[in-house]
Design a protein around this ligand. Sequence first.
Ligand code: HEM
Length: 341
Amino acid sequence: MLSSVKESEVEASIKEMYDLCNDNDNKSRVAPVEMRIWFGDTTLTAIMRIVVGERFLGVTTPSEMEENERLQKTIRKFFDLDGKEKAMKQTAQELDGFMEKWLEDHKLKRIYGDEKVENDFMGMMLSLLDNAEKSPDSYGSDTINKATCLALILGGTDTTAVTLTWALSLLLNNRRVLKKAQSELDQHIGRERRLVKESDLKKLVYLQAIVKETLRLYPAGPLAVPHESTQDCTVGGYRIPAGTRVFVNLTKIQRDPRVWTNPSQFEPERFLTNGSSCKDFDVRGQNFELIPFGSGRRMCPAVSFALQAMHLVLANLLHAFEITTPSDEPATCVRLPDLPT
Ligand code: HEM
């Protein structure tokens, strides 16, 4: 059917849409929602006009608009017009292939009693699922295992990498903070020691404030994860019917000038200074002004792990290396003397 849509028909249709939307004398014909639909996906609308006739033009009642949207969705899905669905399926298949291989490796090692069988997350899941009661209507244990491991990999890699990248970028743009973090490391770890250990982290309060301030300015999930209301409710005076998809704009909340002084400035000290109104804010979902890991029962389950991993990586990096930008004077990039290993 697509091939029967001629270019001239599409062009004419687009022109018609523009004319309709600019028709000041006849505002009631085009509601703002339709304008957005039409401008957002003009070609699709053109095709729809041809597929379902003139029904799309001049609609004004909510039920007609609802019907339009429903048809639009059906057609988009049917034709996979922008190829997104195909691309998504391909990516999912590649990821599944990767997980499948990992799972099969584990199973083989278990069958052949390989001593080197890894006691990693997948290995643990395998043992648990071996003994789990199987419910006939649930997914198979392999699917549960692969899906759970994949959720952790997808949820945990980009988030931590992106936060650390922002931390480095903020430090390079705020050398005063960088120097202060390095002094803290020199004071508590000392340059005669090569590695920062987990047990050192509690002493590195300034470094922790740097990570917190990075998560405030650049939360790895700026809109968290979409949630759907299961019941009608009212939030901040807005009525939210059951079944509404709700996005929480973390970036906006975490830069609210009513809460944060100099909201867009990188100031780790705000979490350390006595008298600062946000000194005791933590990131574990208790202070709604700062929720980079979300809040409530679906908040990030890995908050402690993620913080610990980021603190450890950042501390080691700043301890061992001098970080610079290409425009800096050539500087030695290693901070530590050449110690025997
Ligand atoms: C900087 C690091 C991270 C940030 C900022 C972050 C942030 C988030 C956010 C905002 C959510 C959604 C919470 C909500 O719906 O309210 C979430 C969910 C989740 N995160 Fe993280 N995350 C991080 C690291 C990790 C790591 C390292 C892992 C795994 C090892 C992980 C696994 C997950 C999982 C599985 C969920 C879904 C939880 C559910 O739906 O019940 N995250 N994370």
